[in-house]
Structure formats: C-alpha cells, structure tokens
Design a protein around this ligand. Structure first.
Ligand code: ZN
Length: 486
C-alpha cells in the first residue's frame, strides 16, 4: 500500500509510522536512542526498533508517515493536579497565602457559569496539549449556577486529550467551621448522587480509556469526613475509580488538621478509609512536618500517591515539598500544575524544571534530582499515581501517547554533544519558551507543527476564554454593588 505524508491530510489515521526519530527517550530508564522508528496501530504502540528493521508486513499496510528526523520524542507528559476553571482568575490575590487567597477568590468563583467552565477548560486543555501533556486530571469542586463536571468533559473530548475529571466537592461552609462561604456548599447526598451519575455515564475502567472519573472531596477544611468515607465506599463499588484530595499543603492547613479535625494525618486517612493505592493527594508539602518518617512510610507502605505542584507551592509560599525523601522511601510522585490561579500557567515542563531546582536548593546537593528523574516524575510517575498501567512509557502494547520536540528550538542549542544532554535540555535548557511540535494521543495527532490540529485555533480559544473571564469579573462586580447593606 502507498503511504501518505503526515502533512498532506488532517484526517486521523489509525496506523502511523513515526519515522527516523533523531533522539528517543522511552521513559523506561535513562537510555536515549537514535535512528528508531515507532509503529502505532489503532491507538496502541505495536512495534519500535531500528528503522532499518521495520517488519515488511507493517510497511505493506495502509499507514501515515510522520517524519521525526529532527525531533526528540518522549512519552506524553501527565498532569496529576489541576483546576482548569481557575484560568479565568489568573494573577489575583497575588501576595496571599492559601487561605487568604481562597477567601479572596471564592466570592468571584461563586459567579461561574457552565459556559465559563467550558471556555476555561478548553483554554487550559489547549495550553496543556501545546506544552506536551497527553493525560490530565482536573478537580472541579465548585458547582454554582448549573455548572456540571460534564462541562469539562466535553472540552476534553473536543480537543482529544486523555482525561481524568475529578468530581470535587465542598460540603463544609463557614457556618460549620469550614473555609468556603456557605453559598458554595453542596449537600452530601447531592454530591454522592452526582458522583454515581458521572461514573455510570463516563467512566471507562479498561486499558486505553480516554475518560476515567475520580472522586475528589476538596480538602479537610472544606469537605466532611462523612463525605470522604462515603466517596471512598462509592469509588470501590467500581473498577479503577480513583480518589483525590488536597493534603498537608501548608502550615495553616496542618494547623486546621490539628485544631479542628484534631487528628494526625495518618489517623485522618485511616478513619476516612483513604489509605489504599487508589488514593492520591495534591501537595503534601508538610508530609514530614512531625520530623519523623511516620507519614512518609505510611504513604509508601500503602501505595498512596502524591501530586507535586512546586510552582503553586512557591506562588502561595506554602513551602518546598520533601520530594527527594518521598522518592527515597518509594512514595509514588507525579507532577501537577495545580490551578491556573496559583501558578499562573499550565506547563508541565516548567513544573519539572522548578521541581529539579527546588529539590537541589532544599538538599543543597547538585545531584538531589536529575533531569531524567523529574521527567520520569512527569511521565511514568504520574501514570503510577493515577493508577494507569497503559501510559507513561513508550513500549509495545502501551497507548500511543507521545510528544515530538523540535531539535532546532533554542532550548536544545549547544546540547548536541550527547543524546543524554539533549534529553536534559528539555528541562535544564528550557527557559519556558519550548513548545511541543507534535503531540499524539491515542494514536492520533492532536498537535502538529506546534498547532492544534483540525478546526481548533489557540488564538480563538484564548479570545473566547478572555471574554468569559471578563464576564465573570463583571458578574462579581455587579453582585457586590447590588449587595444589600447589613
Ligand atoms: Zn489544588
């Protein structure tokens, strides 16, 4: 059969040959290869090896060729923590720590609408895809004005990213000692009912799933222990429904745990039943606060995962997470960009670079964390945290989720003395301007030549998003003007 050029069509072929990859990192170990090709069939990596040894039977099939001779190819990046709607409120409460930051933003978020969620999700997903992310989570924990988790799912389906939407929730308002205003609080029965609806409607437990639902009561200071327990029980009625929440983010968070919850972290997790390998936790900056290894060992022994979000932790002055200790003790760690109001962007490579720098500063050791180690955190580490065994590395039988990075980008200049240096430049040489040139999810190109494929246009997506952001600010302003005086 005649092979078609990848540039001649915008259709999505099911058989693709990534040909003559200049530099390949499979994500399995530290080794880096040249002159390799990869054959993907129906979304699954079928074969990889030296280009000269491609089986003739594959070459005879009808397939599309993507020329990778000037590309570094890596597994797709995996984002383990996000709040996509927050891109509507970037750069606000700029000098605040977590609780003050939340209390400033809750009154704005109260005016979110389904349309705003759709526009912001589309923007955040496009931003992630263009920076090489192929699988993302998103924790949506506020549901005012008819907002539904479905609003984020439709955006993911439109753009083609692999998605783990997390049905978040806040159920403890200020009048019950929680942090969020009462107006944003949902009833527990309603939350649980919606969680079940979403699992029944969207959750795919099989390998290769494009959508898996996770259940995510927001945090100890905004969701009740009852909801934590009931959501864990609900998740475990199904296969591969994961559980996610925020934990030990900063000192105030720990203080709340001590004075209001009145339990240690491990007592709290035991009592909630959040002590199994289907749980992962955002931040865990203070996991070592008691200066003992108790919490860290607990995480390692039970297979609990951590979403490491270093940029958000810096922006909110939360602290530096003890990532090297976690890795030494075999705790599962993935990378997360966290919400775009505490980052204020969504770029996993920037996150990886920050993780590397902070780990070295914290330990005062230049070998505390290597570029390959943070890249593993952003790929196979994330897959392990999310309970996925079908993504995160490039290997026959795994999903066709991978990224091509142009080697003539400034980030790689001067690093061609070895393939290991080229790979490291993805983290060390990237000042934040590197964009993915080619992104494949489920065997389909979703980014080509640095642009979203099909009818999607980043400028238009951004314009629509910015309009929604201005509408949100306007609604909040009008509500505050019209608020009756007490
Ligand atoms: Zn978060």
């Amino acid at each position: 059969m005649e092979a078609k050029s990848g540039n001649s069509t915008t259709t999505r072929p099911r058989k693709v040959l990534l040909k003559d990859i200049a530099v390949l990192w499979t994500g399995e170990d530290e080794s880096v290869h040249s002159g390799v090709s990869i054959f993907i069939d129906n979304g699954i990596i079928q074969w990889l090896g030296d280009h000269d040894s491609i089986p003739a039977s594959l070459l005879r099939t009808d397939h599309v060729i993507e020329d990778m001779s000037n590309r570094l190819v890596t597994p797709g990046l995996i984002n383990t923590h996000h709040h996509m709607y927050q891109s509507l409120t970037k750069c606000m409460a700029r000098e605040s720590q977590l609780f003050e930051w939340l209390q400033t933003l809750y009154p704005l978020w109260q005016h979110l609408t389904p349309e705003m969620i759709k526009k912001s999700s589309k923007f955040a997903i496009a931003e992630l895809l263009l920076s090489g992310c192929t699988l993302t989570t998103d924790m949506l924990y506020l549901y005012p004005n008819g907002v539904e988790l479905d609003d984020t799912i439709s955006a993911a389906q439109e753009l083609g990213i692999r998605f783990m939407p997390c049905r978040g929730a806040v159920t403890v308002g200020q009048s019950d000692g929680g942090l969020p205003p009462d107006v944003l609080v949902e009833k527990e029965e309603d939350v649980l009912q919606d969680m079940r609806r979403l699992i029944e409607m969207y959750h795919d437990s099989h390998d290769g799933a494009m959508i898996r639902i996770a259940l995510a009561p927001c945090s100890p200071f905004s969701a009740s222990e009852t909801l934590m327990k009931k959501s864990a029980a609900l998740a475990r009625e199904y296969q591969n429904v994961m559980l996610h929440t925020h934990l030990a983010e900063n000192s105030s968070d720990m203080q709340f745990m001590k004075t209001s919850v009145q339990k240690s972290l491990t007592e709290y997790l035991d009592d909630c039943g959040w002590n199994q390998k289907d749980c992962w936790f955002a931040h865990c900056v203070k996991l070592d606060e008691d200066k003992s290894d108790e919490a860290m060992k607990y995480f390692a022994e039970r297979g609990l995962g951590v979403a490491h979000c270093p940029v958000s932790n810096c922006r909110l002055a939360s602290g530096i997470a003890p990532v090297c200790d976690m890795l030494d003790k075999k705790v599962k760690v993935g990378m997360g960009v966290d919400g775009s109001a505490s980052n204020d962007s969504g770029n996993l490579l920037s996150e990886a670079r920050m993780a590397l720098m902070l780990a070295r500063v914290k330990a005062e050791k230049a070998n505390a964390l290597s570029a390959v180690e943070v890249l593993k955190m952003a790929t196979s580490g994330g897959a392990a945290v999310l309970g996925r065994t079908d993504v995160g590395v490039i290997r026959a039988g795994m999903c066709g989720d991978l990224v091509g990075w142009r080697l003539d980008a400034p980030s790689f200049a001067g690093a061609f003395h070895s393939n290991a240096a080229v790979l490291s430049a993805l983290v060390l040489g990237n000042g934040g301007d590197l964009r993915a040139d080619y992104v494949m999810v489920d065997g389909k190109a979703v980014v080509r030549d640095g642009m979203l494929v099909g009818k999607h246009n980043m400028r238009e997506i951004t314009r629509a998003h910015n309009h929604a952001a201005l509408m949100l600010a306007k609604s909040a302003r009008e509500a505050s003007v019209n608020k009756p005086r007490e």
